[in-house]
Ligand binder design. Structure first.
Ligand SMILES: N[C@@H](CCC(=O)NCCCC(=O)O)C(=O)O
Length: 250
């Protein structure tokens, strides 16, 4: 029996003279080795995407992190810092794909930029610079640090009791997470329910309230060395189980 297929939408990045559709290895590896599903990298073709063809194949969708920001116009604002990277092709692919996948009840896991884009796709908004908001902490990584230091646990998140996240983590009230983002949830979209908060109040995880199956999003990076972190192992296993269950219903 074939393994479930998980869509992993790509970014567009310039490497040398040419633009490429890219997906970081750590995300693809976490789908393959943590969820035990077959990752299928989806090119960022925007409106030229055949969404129906992709959704007919998909048993799950995982939205990855990326240095680029979701374009502020998609939540009705001007871009505050135009020097930060954008990825219009990814936005034009992921936002319709997210809405269609949720409508179909396809299991979804969204990470960092992915967490932010699901919120925007459903009508929410972002803080464009969390660290500039009075009372909020700086959630960015130190670029001069090694990758191991950047992705090391850096702050706790409090899990909402009764939430899906605490349930799948065996009833934990708080966990330590890494943090590599400048933007964050401002207005949570209708239909999303917060599952975890940082000490400054920032939403760090949410679920889609009426999702037919697994539908979780996290601001941190469980894919980083997931096999060394028991919480990340549980998260990817639960996502994979949901994809297997969805596949069995088709
Ligand atoms: N640009 C947004 C999203 C941040 C994000 O996804 N960071 C991860 C980048 C590298 C990786 O994928 O590990 C923001 O700054 O909030």
């Amino acid at each position: 029996m074939r393994s479930p297929i998980v869509l992993v939408p790509a970014c567009v990045n310039r490497i040398g003279a040419h633009p490429y559709h890219t997906a970081q290895l750590k995300y693809v590896a976490a789908v393959a080795d943590g969820a035990h599903c077959t990752p299928l990298i989806v090119p960022a073709l925007g409106a030229n995407t055949d969404f129906e063809a992709l959704l007919a194949l998909a048993d799950g969708i995982m939205l990855t992190g990326s240095p680029s920001n979701v374009h502020a116009s998609l939540y009705g604002e001007d871009v505050l810092d135009p020097s930060l990277p954008q990825d219009a092709a990814r936005d034009a692919t992921t936002l319709p794909l997210i809405r269609a996948a949720i409508k179909r009840g396809i299991p979804m896991l969204a990470i960092c930029r992915g967490f932010q884009e699901v919120n925007v796709a459903l009508g929410g908004s972002l803080h464009q610079a969390v660290h500039a908001v009075p009372g909020m902490a700086d959630h960015r990584e130190h670029k001069e640090h090694t990758l191991d230091q950047q992705y090391a646990p850096s702050h706790r998140v409090l899990l909402d009791p009764g939430g899906r996240m605490t349930q799948l983590l065996g009833g934990a009230a708080e966990i330590m997470v890494n943090s590599l983002h400048g933007q964050g949830i401002h207005r949570l979209a209708p239909g999303l329910v917060a599952e975890a908060h940082a000490d400054d109040g920032l939403v760090e995880a949410y679920r889609v309230a009426d999702a037919k199956g697994f539908s979780l999003a996290v601001q941190w990076h469980p894919e980083w060395r997931f096999s060394e972190n028991p919480d990340s192992v549980k998260l990817f296993r639960a996502f994979g189980d949901a994809c297997r269950a969805y596949k069995a219903t088709r």
